[in-house]
Design a protein around this ligand. Structure first.
Ligand code: FCB
Length: 453
């Protein structure tokens, strides 16, 4: 990627006064305090304790210690002029047994976080579920058990009734494709289950839960809440014009970008373009297609990269293979993801074609690069350039009429990057995981100045 300096004519005003500027985190990646104050175990506590599941054997017990240091970190958000803060609620802190008895200490904790945000003039955006299912529910089948729709609804109801007077912006769930795909098909994320027989019911029940959660929030918080949910997306291109590569790319685009959102939008499962979805019939009951639909106030799009796809005889179900960015001689982040700014423009255009999406936000975008601390400073030029270039593409889409209304950087502080452990650093703020010292990186400074201007 070219390390361009910021163009002079590129500034916050280009996006309009109402554009939402934010930063996003997730409970399990930052909080630590995994077994404090009555918290129950989540699938990520159990998965990350297993040998060989997390790179370098990294442990989540402390992470960024956000559970104790939330004030310091919210102060930093304020210092960076970031008006909107997206974070998630740990289900097992509030319901240690998944359902049933409420842990008041968990409720009190999130009330303190929300109150502190509001006191500092930072608007809280709550993600209800960011992948950390209570382990007791996983023991009953987790997302593969249709009962999960009721379990999840109970959790949503508790969040709405305890925080709904203060929280105006809600995201029901984070990226169902990743926690079902990586967690229930590939087994590389919690709970580490494999195969289609786990994946398909997990997808179906996650989508039923998303719509049920949206409906509940609207019922319990009428008129006051802005209700959304988020999807992971990647811009997909075929490796060549050969019909087989084009067909393979179409399958991957359907799997990664369409499968999850289209049932929510009332379009049903896209089984014409992804025939393996015919096997989903087994899990669909009468009325499900209707109840998977919900008219969200906004859809959160989370995008990092593009994928190039080729035909592959050997890949089961989709006959498609993603050509690793590493093999393509392109600029990479520390996750091995290609830096390709137009991907965010292309995906916004693609999602903008769904006429029944009311509003789009980029609820995550950012990059992991190996940072160096020199004299208590981190001059992360690559991350700054990444953010600038991707934002320029967001603006291009907006100027062409896309209904994109906000942008959240992933993420505030370096944190526990799931199965990758602490190595990939995505933060605007550097964390020394031995001392918990924070250093605002130059990308964070840049983002703050950009928002303020
Ligand atoms: C997204 C996740 C987020 C983080 C980023 C890098 O898929 O929602 O928690 O891991 O990727």
């Amino acid at each position: 990627m070219e390390l361009t300096t910021q163009r002079e004519d590129f500034n916050r005003q280009n996006f309009g006064d109402d554009f939402i500027w934010g930063v996003a985190t997730a409970a399990f990646q930052v909080e630590g305090s995994c077994d404090c104050d009555g918290k129950g175990e989540s699938i990520w506590d159990v998965f990350s304790a297993k040998r060989g599941k997390i790179k370098n054997g990294d442990k989540p017990h402390i992470a960024c210690d956000f559970y104790n240091r939330y004030k310091e970190d919210i102060d930093l958000i304020k210092q960076l002029n970031i008006p909107h803060f997206r974070f998630s609620i740990s289900w097992s802190r509030i319901l240690p047994s998944g359902i049933g008895e409420i842990n008041q200490l968990g409720i009190d904790h999130y009330n303190r976080v929300i109150d502190y945000c509001l006191e500092q003039g930072v608007e809280p955006w709550v993600t209800i579920y960011h992948w950390d299912l209570p382990q007791v529910l996983e023991a009953k089948g987790g997302w593969t058990n249709r009962e999960v729709v009721n379990w999840f609804s109970e959790f949503v109801r508790i969040c709405a009734s305890n925080f709904g007077d203060k929280v105006k912006n809600w995201m029901v769930m984070n990226e169902p494709s990743v926690f079902t795909g990586a967690g229930y098909f590939l087994g590389v994320h919690a709970p580490g289950r494999l195969g289609l027989g786990n994946f398909l019911p997990a997808v179906h029940h996650a989508l039923m839960s998303i719509a049920a959660g949206g409906r509940l929030l609207r019922e319990l918080l009428p008129n006051t809440a802005e209700i959304g949910t988020t999807f992971s997306c990647s811009y997909i291109e075929a490796k060549s014009d050969k019909p087989r590569d084009v067909a393979a790319a179409n399958q991957v685009n359907t799997l990664l970008n369409r499968l999850y959102i289209e049932p929510i939008l009332g379009l049903g499962y896209p089984e014409k373009d992804l025939p393996v979805l015919k096997k989903m019939k087994k899990y669909i009951r009468p009325g499900d297609v209707e109840s998977m639909q919900f008219d969200f106030d906004f859809i959160g799009v989370q995008l990092y990269t593009r994928e190039i796809v080729e035909y592959s005889f050997l890949t089961p179900y989709i006959h498609a293979n993603i050509v690793k960015a590493k093999k393509r001689n392109v600029p990479l982040t520390d996750m091995g993801w290609e830096v390709y700014p137009p991907s965010i423009y292309e995906i916004l255009k693609q999602f903008n074609q769904y006429t029944n999406i009311r509003k789009l936000y980029i609820t995550e975008n950012g990059a992991a690069f190996p940072d160096e601390v020199n004299d208590d400073a981190v001059n992360d030029v690559k991350r700054t350039a990444y953010l600038q270039e991707y934002l320029q593409q967001v603006l291009k889409a907006k100027n062409e009429g896309c209904k994109v209304s906000g942008y959240f950087v992933w993420t505030l502080t370096d944190n526990f990057e799931w199965a990758e452990g602490y190595n990939p650093r995505f933060g605007l703020i550097h964390v020394n995981f031995d001392t918990q010292q924070r250093i605002i990186k130059s990308s964070g400074q840049w983002y703050g100045d950009f928002i303020k201007a």
